[in-house]
Design a protein. Structure first.
Lengths: 499, 315
C-alpha cells in the first residue's frame, strides 16, 4: 500500500522487443513510460539502454529493458502495438537519435525547427548552446477538395496561454482535420536534472508545470524514495495526499469557470476565479506558497498550518452551486452537451489519461491503481460515459466534491498522528519509479541515482503527453467556434508535455 | 433646407457621439457589477477611444486603401444613420428621405465596409469573421425592413419620423399585437446586428469564436478607434429606433428649444436604461452555438412577418 510493487524486470533484445511488449499489453498493462539512457562504460563506445515501464490497473509494474549499441542506434518500432509507444519513440529519436525502424509516422515530434540537423540535446556530448539556424519548413498534411480552407492559429495566442500551433482544415465551419504542433517550450528539464544531488531535484520538479507543482514534485520524490528504499512515515504520506487534493481543487474549480466562460457565461467564471483565489491564499497558509511549493521533501512532507476545513467545505459548496447554475442554464447546457465527443474506443487506443479518460468511461485513476496511502471511504473514482465537453465538466465537478471530502478526512487523520523526525537519505544507488494521480491525470517519473546521491537520469511523463493527440480525434466534425471550448475541456499542459 | 432641421441634425450627431461611449460604459459597468466585478468604470470607453484616436495606425505591408477607407465608410454610414433616425425630434430634413429603406441601406453600407475590412487583412480570421458577419447580416436586414414596415402600415408612410409621430398621436396602438411583435423582432435583430450575446460575445478574445473582433483584428490606432466608435454608433442608432418606436414619448415634434431639450433628456434616459437592461440580460445567457443563430434570426423574421400580416388584417 505505501509503496509501489517492485518491478518485474525483463531483459530482452531488439529482435524480441515487439513480442515482449505485445505480450505485456495483452495482459492489460499500459505503457506508462519509455526512457532512454546513455550508458558509458570505460573504453567502450556509448551504449543506449531503453527502459519501457508498463503499469497495470491492479498495481502491476513491469520494466522491459533493451540495449542498443551507440554506433547502430535503432529499435524496431512498437507503433504497431501501442499508439503511445510510437510517440515515445519519436520523442526518443529527437532527443537521443535512436531511430525507430519502419515507424508509420517518421516525423519530428519534440525537435524544434531551429535546432541544427542531427542535434540530439539529451546526448552527453550535445552542445547546450548550439548554433540555432534558420527554421526549416514544417509541412502539414494538406486537405484538398472543393471549399476546404486552412486556419492557422498560434503559436502566439490572443490570451495569456502557452504556445501551440493549431492548423485547421475546414469546410464552411466544420473541422475536417486539426493538426497540432506543440513543443515550443523545450527547456531541457530532464537534462537539467542530471548531475544534481537528489534533494535539489525537488525545486526543479516543482517548476516543470506551474499548476502541477505538487504532482511533479511528489512523483519525483516517490521515485527517489523507491530508488533509495526510503520508507515514508504514514503521517507524511497523508500530508502528501492532502496536498495533492488541494492542488486538484484549485485547478478543477478554475477549469469549471474557464469552460463556461468560453460559451460567454462570464458570471460563473468570475466566481470560480474568486474561489480559486480563496484556495490559493489558503495554500499559502498551508505551505508558504500559493502553488503549494516547498512542502514536499525526500522522505516526508510538512504543513505550516492545519487546513481550514470550514473554508474548504464552503468553497466546495459554492463550486457545486456554480456547477448547478451552469448546467441548469439551457443555453450553457446546449453548448456543453454532445460537443467534441471522444469515443471510449479511441480514448483507450490512444492511452488517454486523467479526467479526459474518465469522462470517456475509462475509470483509470492512480489513486486506486497505485495508492501510496489508504484514502478511506470518502474516495471514489468519478467517471462518465459520454466523452463530450459536458462529461469532462461533470467529472471535474464530481472530483471537486470528492477532493473536498478527502481533504477533511485526511486532515483529521493527520491531526491524530505525531510528526516524525526527518528521514536521513542513504548513500545508495538504484532506479525508482513514482506514480501519482496529479490533477490532470497519472504522472510518472523514473529516476536513476548514481554515486554520491547524484541524479544520473530523470524521465518525466506528464499525462498531457498521452492525452494531447486525442484532442484532434474529439474535434472531428466539431465546428470551428467550438474549438476553444473543446480545448479548454481538455486543458492539457504545454510545459509538462514539452520538457 | 431649413435652419431648424439642420439644428436638429447637428444635435442628433453631437448627442450620438458624446452619448455612445457612455452608453457602452454603462453597459459594461452594469454587466461587471452584476457579475461581481468592479469593472473599468463608465468613462473607460471614452478613455480607450481617446487613446486609440491619438495613435498612429499600423498597417501591414501590401495592404490596400480598403484598410484606410473602411473605417471612414463605417463611421460615415453610422453618422448618417444617427442623422436620419428620429432620436431627439421628428423634424426631418426636407429633401432627405428618412425612409426606412434608406435607413436599412445605410446600415448595410457599414456592414459591407466591415466585411471588406475583414477580407482585406488576408488572414484566416478576418475572412472567417467576414463570412460569419455576412451570414448574420443576410438574416438580419430583411427582418429590420419587415418589422419597421409592419409599423409603417398603420402610419401610412415609410418615413421613420412620420411613423414615430403617428405612434405618438395614437398611443393606444403601442400595445397592439402588430406593434409588440414588430418591436420584439426588432430587438432580436438589433442584438444580432450589434454583436451582443447570444450571437457574438463582445468581450471575447478567443480567435476562433469571434465575429466582430475577428474582422477588426488587424486594425490598430486611429483606424481601430474609428471602427470601434462606428460600431458603437450603430448600437446607439438601432437602440434609439427601438426606444422611440416602442416608447415614443418625449420625442420633440418641432424645433423649439424646450422640446429639443426634453427630447435630448428623454432619449438619453431611454438609451441608458435600455442599454443597462440589455447588459443585465446578457449576464443570464450564454452564446449560442453558431449554427443555432440562424434559428434565432429565422424566429425573429417569422415574428416580423406575422406582424406585417396582422397589420393588414387590423387596419
Amino acid at each position: 500500500m505505501s509503496r509501489l510493487a517492485p518491478p518485474e524486470v525483463i531483459l530482452t533484445s531488439r529482435d524480441d522487443l515487439i513480442d515482449v511488449i505485445a505480450a505485456q499489453l495483452q495482459r492489460g498493462l499500459r505503457l506508462a513510460l519509455v526512457a532512454a539512457h546513455e550508458d558509458r562504460r570505460a573504453g567502450d563506445d556509448a551504449c543506449f539502454r531503453v527502459v519501457h515501464v508498463l503499469l497495470g490497473s491492479a498495481g502491476e509494474r513491469v520494466e522491459v529493458v533493451v540495449e542498443v549499441p551507440g554506433t547502430d542506434a535503432w529499435l524496431p518500432t512498437l507503433a504497431g502495438v501501442s499508439f503511445t509507444a510510437g510517440r515515445f519513440e519519436r520523442e526518443m529519436r529527437d532527443l537521443y537519435g535512436i531511430v525507430p525502424r519502419d515507424h508509420p509516422q517518421p516525423y519530428r515530434l519534440v525537435r524544434h525547427g531551429h535546432w541544427p540537423v542531427s542535434y540530439h540535446p539529451m546526448l552527453a556530448e550535445a552542445d547546450p548552446h548550439p548554433d540555432f539556424g534558420a527554421a526549416g519548413g514544417f509541412p502539414f498534411a494538406e486537405v484538398t477538395g472543393k471549399g476546404v480552407y486552412e486556419i492557422p492559429v498560434g503559436p502566439v495566442h490572443a490570451g495569456l496561454i502557452e504556445p501551440g500551433h493549431f492548423r485547421f482544415s475546414v469546410v464552411g465551419e466544420t473541422i475536417v482535420r486539426m493538426y497540432q504542433r506543440l513543443y515550443f517550450v523545450h527547456r531541457g528539464v530532464e537534462k537539467l536534472f542530471e548531475g544534481r544531488p537528489v534533494a535539489d531535484g525537488i525545486a526543479l520538479a516543482e517548476r516543470i508545470s506551474g499548476d502541477t507543482a505538487v504532482g511533479h514534485s511528489l512523483a519525483y520524490v516517490m521515485a527517489v524514495e523507491d530508488a533509495l528504499a526510503i520508507a515514508v512515515p504514514e503521517r507524511d504520506r497523508l500530508v502528501r495526499a492532502l496536498l495533492l487534493e488541494c492542488e486538484r481543487l484549485y485547478n478543477h474549480i478554475n477549469d469549471l469557470g474557464a469552460i463556461v466562460n468560453d460559451v460567454g457565461f462570464g458570471i460563473v467564471n468570475q466566481h470560480a476565479g474568486r474561489l480559486r483565489e480563496t484556495l490559493l491564499r489558503h495554500n499559502a497558509r498551508l505551505t508558504g506558497h500559493r502553488l503549494l511549493r516547498g512542502a514536499i521533501r525526500i522522505g516526508g512532507a510538512d504543513l505550516l498550518a492545519a487546513p481550514d476545513l470550514a473554508l474548504i467545505a464552503s468553497v466546495a459548496d459554492q463550486a457545486a452551486e456554480l456547477v448547478r447554475i451552469s448546467t441548469d442554464n439551457p443555453m450553457v447546457a446546449n453548448r456543453l452537451n454532445t460537443t467534441a465527443i471522444l469515443p471510449q474506443s479511441h480514448a483507450r487506443q490512444m492511452g488517454v489519461l486523467g479526467y479526459v479518460a474518465r469522462a470517456s468511461g475509462l475509470g483509470m485513476d492512480a489513486r486506486a491503481e497505485h495508492p501510496f496511502v489508504d484514502l478511506g471511504a470518502g474516495f471514489r473514482v468519478v467517471s462518465r460515459q459520454d466523452g463530450d465537453v459536458r462529461a469532462r465538466f461533470d467529472v471535474r465537478a464530481g472530483e471537486v466534491d470528492v477532493s473536498a471530502r478527502l481533504v477533511a478526512d485526511l486532515a483529521a487523520r493527520i491531526a491524530a498522528l505525531d510528526p516524525s523526525a526527518p528521514v536521513a537519505v542513504p548513500f545508495a544507488q538504484g532506479a525508482g519509479l513514482g506514480v501519482v494521480e496529479a490533477w490532470r491525470g497519472t504522472l510518472v517519473h523514473r529516476v536513476e541515482v548514481g554515486a554520491d546521491q547524484v541524479l544520473t537520469r530523470v524521465k518525466v511523463v506528464d499525462p498531457s503527453f498521452s492525452t494531447w493527440p486525442a484532442l484532434g480525434i474529439a474535434l472531428a466534425d466539431t465546428i470551428v467556434p467550438d474549438f476553444p471550448l473543446a480545448n479548454k475541456s481538455f486543458n492539457m499542459s504545454y510545459a509538462g508535455n514539452d520538457l | 433646407m431649413t435652419i431648424e432641421s439642420l439644428a436638429v441634425i447637428v444635435i442628433h450627431l453631437a448627442l450620438a457621439v458624446t452619448l455612445t461611449p457612455v452608453l457602452i460604459g454603462v453597459m459594461r459597468t452594469t454587466r461587471a457589477r452584476l457579475e461581481g466585478r468592479v469593472g473599468g468604470g463608465v468613462w473607460q470607453p471614452w478613455r480607450d477611444l481617446r487613446k486609440l484616436l491619438s495613435k498612429q495606425p499600423t498597417r501591414a505591408p501590401g495592404s490596400t486603401p480598403v484598410l484606410t477607407l473602411a473605417p471612414i465608410l463605417l463611421m460615415a454610414s453610422s453618422l448618417m444613420l444617427c442623422a436620419l433616425i428620429p432620436l431627439v425630434s421628428t423634424v426631418a430634413l426636407p429633401g432627405v428621405p428618412g425612409d426606412l429603406f434608406v435607413v436599412v441601406g445605410v446600415l448595410l453600407l457599414g456592414t459591407v465596409a466591415l466585411a471588406l475590412l475583414g477580407l482585406e487583412s488576408g488572414t484566416a480570421f478576418g475572412g472567417m469573421g467576414s463570412s460569419r458577419h455576412m451570414v448574420i447580416a443576410a438574416l438580419v436586414e430583411p427582418t429590420v425592413l419587415l418589422s419597421i414596415y409592419a409599423l409603417s402600415v398603420p402610419a401610412g408612410t415609410s418615413a421613420l419620423a412620420a411613423i414615430v409621430q403617428a405612434r405618438l398621436a395614437d398611443s393606444a396602438s403601442l400595445l397592439n399585437p402588430v406593434s409588440l411583435l414588430a418591436i420584439f423582432a426588432l430587438v432580436v435583430v438589433v442584438i444580432a446586428e450589434t454583436g451582443r450575446l447570444p450571437v457574438d460575445n463582445p468581450s471575447t478574445h478567443l480567435e476562433l469564436t469571434m465575429i466582430h473582433e475577428a474582422m477588426i483584428l488587424e486594425s490598430g490606432g486611429r483606424d481601430l478607434g474609428w471602427l470601434e466608435l462606428g460600431s458603437w454608433l450603430r448600437l446607439t442608432a438601432l437602440l434609439g429606433v427601438v426606444a422611440n418606436l416602442a416608447l415614443p414619448w418625449g420625442v420633440g415634434q418641432d424645433a423649439a428649444p424646450l422640446s429639443l431639450l426634453v427630447g435630448v433628456a428623454a432619449i438619453t434616459v431611454k438609451l441608458l436604461v435600455l442599454g443597462a437592461a440589455l447588459a443585465a440580460a446578457e449576464v443570464f445567457i450564454a452564446k449560442l452555438r453558431l449554427f443555432r443563430v440562424p434559428e434565432l434570426l429565422a424566429g425573429s423574421f417569422v415574428m416580423a412577418f406575422l406582424s406585417v400580416s396582422a397589420s393588414y388584417l387590423v387596419f
